[in-house]
Design a protein around this ligand. Structure first.
Ligand code: ADP
Ligand code: ASP
Ligand code: MG
Length: 480
């Protein structure tokens, strides 16, 4: 069958050079006898800029919104012109891009008049990023000998109507993929779809949440029973921590679905948290690979990871959290009390990350959001409530912490200089998490990394890369 889904993130399609690299990676897979289905993000930073446009317009700043849109138009036009050499085809593509930006500007003008940004309009506005990138990249592939066919993913990824975080409907996606994507593969073409976007059953544009292109890749891979799902990004794979925070982070060669899901949920941006599920359901391996270093073998996510000598595989950090303390000395042990607390979070559709209870209090952590005052007001009908923002959750993940004694002592010794607010070891027993002030988070990760990845297991971690850097430093040769 040899069908592989290849998802390329924003940095892998950020400019003509990156798109050319992406085209050669796909061409390489075709030459190796694979049948790729490609999912692409918007060009790097475009989604943020479209959201800024929407924000400006809804505040009545029509000129500001149109100015951002105009810069985005130029960036896409220039990229298209650089990628497509045939004059007629380039003109057609640029013309099409202009039409899309004309439509977007129309929406922005409307928004600047009505001054109300609904989640539905926000999804419509951000969808232009992936709609335009996918069409442009399909044309660029054709120029480079990859016979590509653009597919509007809104016709395939059908979701419910929860704008900005829509839930996909698997059965319809499977049917649509069979109707609209499979025949192209059978004809020997490479379908190119935009990630992140979908539509509800009425055909109105929705999105899967920030970072959602990974999720699209996994959904298409699951629906088409791909032999592998490849997530191409700008780092060598899943690393022992975010390399931006910890420059000596190591690549994890192999990791289990469960560990990867935990990491993603607790803030490792390298994968969207929902990505793993469609792959787990069908036992499809997921690979995380670097489009700037395509020969590197990346990280393989599989159902059962081999035993690892080190207790942890990686450290994730989730920032922008708030902690809510609910204190009620008399009521805590009474029947149904916790249920009442959770009913309030449910009412406000706010998921809770971590919970800890004592004799008299319950502490909960949630993503900081503007519903917090309302949640606190409801909770205060039950008990005394305090909440505080600017918190971060550090989450250490690894299958091999199961049943290890003394692990907590080692973890907290490594961060003894930092004030820890809340601690939890999940029932899954593969993560240990604790909450600290956001300003201490990076320092805590570096300290923990220094302790737990000093002598890493070479079967699981890429220690060669670290050795090469150490050799280069000691021989005085410049680092590449
Ligand atoms: P893309 O645009 O390809 O989807 P993202 O920016 O969403 O890329 O994700 C890749 C980034 O995730 C990396 O540049 C890195 O800074 C960050 N990251 C956070 N945690 C990790 C981790 N444990 N391993 C690798 N990358 C991580
Ligand atoms: N472009 C979207 C975002 O920036 C989706 C993605 O790239 O995964 O959130
Ligand atoms: Mg991403």
């Amino acid at each position: 069958m040899s069908l592989v889904v290849m998802k390329f993130g924003g940095t892998s399609v950020e400019d003509p050079a990156a798109i050319n690299r992406t085209a050669s990676i796909v061409a390489g897979r075709v030459a190796a006898g694979k049948k790729p289905v490609v999912v692409v993000s918007a060009m790097a930073r475009v989604t943020d800029q479209l959201l800024r446009c929407a924000g400006a317009a809804s505040q009545g700043d029509r000129t500001g919104a149109l100015a951002i849109s105009s810069r985005l138009r130029s960036r896409h036009r220039d990229t298209a012109a650089a990628l497509v050499k045939d004059h007629k085809q380039a003109a057609e593509l640029v013309n099409w891009i202009d039409q899309k930006f004309d439509q977007l500007d129309e929406v922005l003008r409307g928004l600047a008049a009505i001054l109300e940004l609904t989640p539905r309009i926000s999804d419509l506005i951000v969808s232009y990023g992936e709609r335009i990138s996918s069409r442009m990249i399909a044309s660029a592939f054709c120029e480079r000998g990859v016979i590509a066919a653009h597919v509007d993913s809104r016709e395939v990824v059908v979701t419910d109507s929860q704008y900005q975080k829509a839930i996909p409907i698997d059965s319809i996606i499977e049917k649509r993929a069979a109707e609209k994507v499979r025949p192209l593969v059978d004809e020997g073409k490479v379908p190119v779809l935009g990630g992140f976007i979908g539509s509800n059953e009425a055909g109105i544009t929705t999105t899967l949440g920030r970072g959602g292109s990974d999720f699209t890749g996994a959904l298409i891979g699951g629906a088409m029973q791909a032999e592998a799902i490849e997530i191409w990004t700008d780092v060598d794979g899943i690393m022992t921590s975010d390399p931006r925070v910890c420059p000596d982070a190591l690549r994890v060669k192999v990791i289990s679905f469960e560990e990867a899901a935990e990491l993603a949920y607790f803030g490792a941006k390298v994968l969207h948290p929902a990505t793993i599920l469609p792959a787990v359901k069908r036992n499809i391996p997921v690979l995380v690979l670097n489009s700037k270093n395509p020969t590197n073998e990346g990280t393989r996510i599989i159902s059962l990871a081999p035993h690892c000598k080190s207790p942890f595989k990686s450290i994730a950090v989730k920032k922008k959290l708030s902690i809510i303390d609910v204190v009620a000395s008399r009521m805590l042990m009474t029947h149904g009390y916790l249920k009442e607390i959770f009913t309030i979070f449910d009412k406000h559709q706010t998921p809770v990350d971590m919970v800890s209870t004592s004799e008299v209090s319950v502490s909960l952590t949630v993503d900081s959001n503007d519903k917090l005052p309302l949640i606190a007001a409801d909770l205060s009908k039950l008990a005394d409530v305090k909440y505080e923002g600017k918190k971060a959750l550090i989450c250490m993940v690894g299958e091999d912490i199961r049943g290890q004694n003394g692990m907590a002592a080692q973890v907290f010794a490594a961060v003894r200089h930092i004030n820890v607010r809340m601690i939890s070891q999940g029932a899954s027993e593969i993560n240990m998490s604790f909450m600290i002030d956001e300003e201490d988070a990076d320092e805590a990760v570096r300290s923990l990394h220094g302790v737990f990845f000093q002598d890493p297991d070479p079967a699981i971690f890429d220690v060669e890369a670290r050795k090469q850097v150490a050799q280069a430093v000691s021989s005085g040769s410049p680092r590449e």
